[in-house]
Design a protein around this ligand. Sequence first.
Ligand SMILES: [Mg+2]
Length: 121
Amino acid sequence: MQNRTLNIEKIQLYLREFCQARDWDQFHTPKNLSMALVGEAAELLELFQWLTPEESQSIMKKEKTASAVKHELADILYHLARLADVLDVDLESSFWEKQKLNAEKYPVEQAKGSAKKYTEF
Ligand SMILES: [Mg+2]
């Protein structure tokens, strides 16, 4: 695994220029971007849809399926980064804010080894 830090701001700046050059801002409304984000997530889901749990765990062992998974993850990141940019949301701050809430909702002593939703504790 490569040791790189994901730089959301760098990605957002790149996408701003990429989209401006193609005059795509007119299509990148929050509604369209949120729909595209879910669409890309569905494309990722499609790669796993009919696999057994074991097959899903080895999907990265075949070059063709590994490439497809990587590309769908990149598409999801594209739309997530772009949506956050258009909405002026600081994605990193939002992420850490939500993780703090998740840690409160899922205390280790109650959540460890459990797949229950926090409302079931
Ligand atoms: Mg895609």
